[in-house]
Design a protein around this ligand. Structure first.
Ligand SMILES: [Fe+2]
Ligand SMILES: [Fe+2]
Length: 461
């Protein structure tokens, strides 16, 4: 980038790629703010301004934002070093390589499409599913293939649409993504209808997804389909069987200790199933179901296209990994008309009941809230309801707790994982029980037990 002049417009710097934003954020870069009227200038930390507004460099009546040329040179040096640490030359090809690994070669075509074409394609995907809904008898292979392909395409379209509006102001962005949001909602309704029938086959789905390339896209496709299948299963279980009574019967023996540890301020006699699920364990109404499905579909959309999410290796940068929940949340809420539930699912899907190894928006807000009200405590573990979540009545949001389980399970069993040993289903289950429930109370024990029931019943014999 041109650094000859002593000041470089910040908007130009961040337009060069997400890694420039990441580096400004992580390296505590100072922004030069010049008052348009008085021409007076002041320094502000990039991090502070970015935390306050994810696009603060956009059109502003009062201020213009710049970086000093030497500061920019340092940033570029750091980016170059980071790339060379990964032992790759700093070229555009490298960035494209990473994008292809994360999003697949096909993503390049999706990114180049005009918005209208994307919206048309989403409609075609929906029509394809509608045709299968009315078909009788349905063919398992055809249905699963259609679900996998339309989900993968929907993820890429949503990703590309969001990338296009990242630098637009809120209203303009929402206007531009409106049809995509509407089309995706309709597609989700159709895929929910297909998934909720008994035809969903987990093994077949995994085999079909692994044929496509692009690890982030594969992950989001599997998480959406598996998440939806599990939510449907959960609804059937809660409505048609005596599962709630069964859980009550074994509660003291199997679950009491786990929840008492999470709620130490609650009297032991008051630790019951009603204390775990605020308002009682219940079915998910149809509209809420769709809202949550959107959250599953876009949950990792904050992952930068050209960023490697190294896990378990030297180049792992926790700050960058952590930031994907903030970017996901702010993009969904500021750039689309997707429901608030969906943005909060992206924001909360690594909270792990407040465990220090987790991260997320909820604990950040809670910490802030505790400054005003230090006495505040959560009296319940999980809520189905957004309002009580915002009132800090519960420790976790139901769909985010479901997503955590699906997300961890998918990471452990993902066959294209480069940095970690790939586990079989049984190894992953054992690891999750040991590491995420027994040693640490990260995922929810009751929801995990229901998930196991689901896995056992949907796996091929
Ligand atoms: Fe994530
Ligand atoms: Fe994820």
């Amino acid at each position: 980038m041109e650094t000859k002049s002593s000041l470089v417009l910040l908007q130009k710097v961040v337009a060069a790629g997400k890694h420039y934003i990441d580096t400004c954020f992580l390296e505590d870069v100072r922004v030069i703010c010049i008052n348009k009227e008085t021409k007076k200038s002041k320094f502000m930390p990039f991090k502070v301004m970015y935390d306050n507004n994810r696009q603060f460099w956009l059109k502003n009546e009062t201020w213009e934002y710049y970086l000093a040329g030497d500061e920019l040179a340092e940033i570029e040096e750091k980016i170059a070093k980071l790339n060379s640490r990964q032992e790759r030359p700093v070229t555009e090809e490298t960035e494209n390589d990473i994008i292809s690994q994360n999003l697949g070669n096909e993503y390049i075509n999706f990114a180049a499409m005009p918005e209208q074409e994307r919206v048309e394609h989403i409609k075609e995907c929906k029509n394809r599913l509608d045709a299968l809904i009315t078909q009788k008898p349905r063919q398992e292979q055809l249905v699963t293939e259609a679900l996998v392909e339309t989900t993968r395409d929907a993820v890429m379209h949503n990703y590309a649409s969001l990338m296009d509006v990242m630098n637009l102001a809120e209203d303009e962005a929402k206007n531009q993504t409106r049809d995509m949001v509407e089309g995706t909602r309709n597609l989700i309704k159709a895929s929910s209808q297909l998934i909720s029938s008994d035809i969903f086959n987990d093994d077949l789905m995994n085999a079909l997804v692994s044929k496509s390339n692009g690890t982030t896209i594969q992950h989001m496709t599997r998480v959406y389909l598996k998440g939806l299948a599990f939510l449907s299963y959960y609804n059937k279980l809660v409505s048609s069987s005596s599962i709630i009574n069964k859980l009550r019967i074994v509660f003291d023996e199997e679950y009491h200790n786990f929840y008492q540890t999470l709620l130490p301020h609650v009297h032991p006699d008051d630790i019951t199933l009603e204390r775990v699920f605020l308002g009682g364990m219940r079915m998910i109404p149809e509209n809420t179901f769709y809202n949550w499905a959107i959250g599953f579909l876009v949950h990792d959309i904050g992952k930068a296209a050209a960023m490697e999410y190294h896990e378990g290796e030297a180049a792992y940068n926790r700050d960058i990994v952590v930031d994907h929940v903030n970017v996901g949340y702010s993009s969904i809420i500021n750039k689309t008309n997707y429901p608030k539930d969906a943005s909060l699912i992206a924001a909360y899907h690594h909270e792990y009941y407040g465990h220090p190894s987790g991260y997320g928006f909820f604990r950040t807000c809670l910490d802030e809230h505790k400054k005003i009200n230090p006495q505040i405590k959560q009296d319940f573990c999980i809520t189905y309801d957004l309002e009580s979540m915002m009132e800090y009545e519960a420790m976790a949001f139901f769909p985010a707790k479901i997503l955590e389980i699906i997300d961890v399970f998918d990471s452990l069993t993902d066959s294209s994982r480069k940095y970690r040993k790939v586990m079989t289903t049984e190894e992953a289950i054992a690891t999750m029980r040991e590491e995420f429930i027994e040693k640490h109370h990260k995922i929810d024990i009751i929801l995990f037990d229901l998930f196991l029931k689901f896995i056992r019943e949907t796996a091929s014999p």
